[in-house]
Design a binder for this molecule. Structure first.
Ligand SMILES: C[S@@+](CC[C@H](N)C(=O)[O-])C[C@H]1O[C@@H](n2cnc3c(N)ncnc32)[C@H](O)[C@@H]1O
Length: 268
């Protein structure tokens, strides 16, 4: 059971970036290495697969196309609606292996176990503290078949990026914002709380032509320092079987952007 209510800013920061699913798909359309990693992982470990935080189905579609049964869970309705639309366009063999459901990884109980549970692309950065991590890992444990693997990736905290000036707007390239796809000036502000280890990114979209609408999205990410995550997994009864620093299975080192953890529950 989810214990207690979350800070509304964290709720907002877990939702806002996922309200415009078409923008999400557009932004991450070139991100493929992580999906290839998970497809290779599934070939090694086998399915069926449960994906916690499936988003618009970037990974689950490729896994289904590779022949695996996949159940994708997400808490954002707009993301799941997009995932379902993409699913409908798949060839029958893949479409029939893939299903999605609305659910919160802090409390999900499907009453079914999987040899492989995955959570690709920073989903666990929306797990904000030790209590939530315990709940999330209980969910994982409740869905893992005996000897099954839980594999996920989160960013490696970057001290320089966390020290960015909270008053400054860091400009990016102009973007076309769906659904109208009108051109917007894009900027980001970053705030980092070193006590909670939560970074808030405010994405600002200013429409260049009239009516000059301004849209903002916020994204709150818990920063998980590698040794901290290793210790917490240990005390929650998970062992790290393999740990990588990139999606080509390279070592986790000072150059790594992401930490990819292949884990197993040591306590039932
Ligand atoms: C960066 S996206 C990753 C989506 C997908 N795994 C991918 O690789 O594209 C993070 C996803 O986690 C979902 N999410 C965040 N908190 C969640 C929670 N408590 N339960 C389920 N899904 C959650 C968001 O709605 C979002 O779709």
């Amino acid at each position: 059971m989810k214990v207690g209510a979350r800070d509304p800013k964290l709720e907002e920061g877990s939702r806002s970036h996922y309200e415009n699913a078409a923008y999400y798909d557009q932004t991450y359309r070139r991100r493929r290495e992580d999906v290839d990693f998970y497809v290779d992982l599934a070939a090694r470990h086998g399915g069926p697969i449960l994906e916690l935080g499936a988003g618009t189905g970037r990974a689950s579609r490729k896994l289904a196309l590779a022949g695996h049964e996949v159940v994708g869970i997400d808490s954002a309705e707009p993301m799941l609606e997009a995932a379902e639309r993409h699913r409908e366009k798949l060839p029958k063999h893949a479409r029939e292996r893939l299903s999605y459901a609305l659910g919160d990884l802090l409390e999900l109980r499907l009453g079914r176990r999987f040899p492989l549970v995955i959570s690709p692309f920073n989903v666990f950065m929306h797990v904000y503290d030790r209590r939530e991590l315990a709940l999330a890992l209980e969910t994982v444990r409740a869905h893992l078949a005996p000897g099954g693997y839980f594999v996920f990736d989160v960013l490696v905290p970057d001290p320089e990026a966390l020290a960015r000036d909270p008053e400054r707007v860091y400009r990016g390239r102009n973007v076309r914002l769906p659904p109208e796809r009108t051109l917007h000036r894009y900027g980001e502000r970053f705030e980092y709380d070193p006590v909670t280890q939560i970074q808030t990114v405010t994405m600002i979209f200013e429409e260049i032509d009239p009516p000059h609408r301004v849209v903002t999205q916020t994204l709150t990410h818990r920063q998980w320092f590698p040794a901290e995550l290793e210790a917490l997994l240990h005390y929650e009864g998970f062992e790290i079987v393999e740990r990588f620093g990139d999606f080509e299975r390279g070592p986790l080192d000072e150059y790594s952007e992401s930490q990819i953890l292949v884990t197993r529950a040591v306590t039932p």
